[in-house]
Design a binder for this molecule. Structure first.
Ligand code: MG
Ligand code: MG
Length: 277
């Protein structure tokens, strides 16, 4: 992934411009969440997300990535990220990760959620996949909570790793990272989901990042399919992916891609997000 080189700290006015595309991105995933069920194809989920983004006056920013023609990435089962929507029909018990992004008035949002579909015939399989999904989502909230009090960005990855290590035997994908976000969907700095030695940039008002842990029920090695996009675990283990775009501002932090700014997710961790003034 190429990162655009630019100053990583946005002005207060630029932070305000990131609010609407963040909410539109959240709305696209809310619609996907309402539509996801056994029998729906990943291409149908893509259409649901695209309609919400275009109705809101935005443009799917994944379509601005050279060579990519869809609104979302939909990664099923052992697929980690970058699954291409298509005719694949979701089945009972499937774990599917949906990554979406809206560009609005030149500014971007980026967010992902994973879902485990009910399967009455395989309660043990569903429970195991829901556990992976819950650990992945909670690792994201732990990373966001760490951002709220961090002095440097590497504290985010440290918090994600510490949380996951305490939950059992899970793998944290290292081949892909989070990123800065603004006028481009992918900007500096990289945001690691594990502890790194370098402190990274200072966390101060104007920093806007997408945190996106990718967690597996097994190993961390990945393979890219012949389609040039889809990334799967090498060992075939299940993978989940959660992502939010978050702004650091004068008053605190605000999760741009959550309708409530992250209040519900952060409350158990003692962090209260503050709206961007
Ligand atoms: Mg994303
Ligand atoms: Mg991203």
């Amino acid at each position: 992934m190429a990162f655009r080189r630019s100053g990583i700290y946005k002005t207060a006015d630029e932070l305000r411009r990131l609010v609407a595309p963040g909410l539109l991105t959240a709305a696209s995933l809310d619609a996907v969440q309402s539509a996801v069920r056994p029998g729906v194809s990943t291409l149908e989920l893509d259409a649901v997300a695209e309609a919400v983004i275009r109705d809101g006056g935005g443009e799917p920013n994944f379509m601005l990535v050279p060579g990519y023609r869809h609104t979302v990435c939909a990664s099923v089962g052992d697929e980690v990220v970058h699954g291409i929507p298509g005719s694949r029909v979701l089945a009972a018990g499937d774990l599917v990760s949906v990554d979406s992004g809206a560009q609005l008035d030149g500014w971007n949002g980026d967010s992902a959620r994973s879902f485990v579909l009910d399967d009455a015939d395989r309660p043990d399989v569903v429970a195991e996949r829901r556990r992976l999904n819950e650990v992945t989502e909670q690792s994201l909230w732990h990373g966001i909570a760490a951002l709220a009090s961090a002095s440097h960005l590497n504290e985010v990855g440290g918090a994600i790793e510490d949380y996951i290590d305490g939950q059992g035997d899970f793998g944290i994908i290292e081949d892909y990272t989070g990123h800065g976000i603004g006028r481009s969907m992918h900007e500096d700095p990289p945001v690691f989901n594990y502890r790194v030695r370098g402190r990274g940039p200072a966390v101060r008002p104007g920093l806007v990042i997408a945190i996106e842990p990718m967690v597996t029920s097994g190993g961390i090695d990945t393979v890219t399919h012949d389609d040039g996009w889809t990334v799967s675990t090498r060992d075939g283990s299940m993978a989940a992916h959660w992502e939010h775009s978050i702004a650091v501002h004068d008053g605190g932090i605000w999760v741009l891609t959550a309708q409530d700014g992250g209040a519900a997710g952060l409350a158990p961790l003692g962090v209260t997000p503050v709206p961007i003034a």
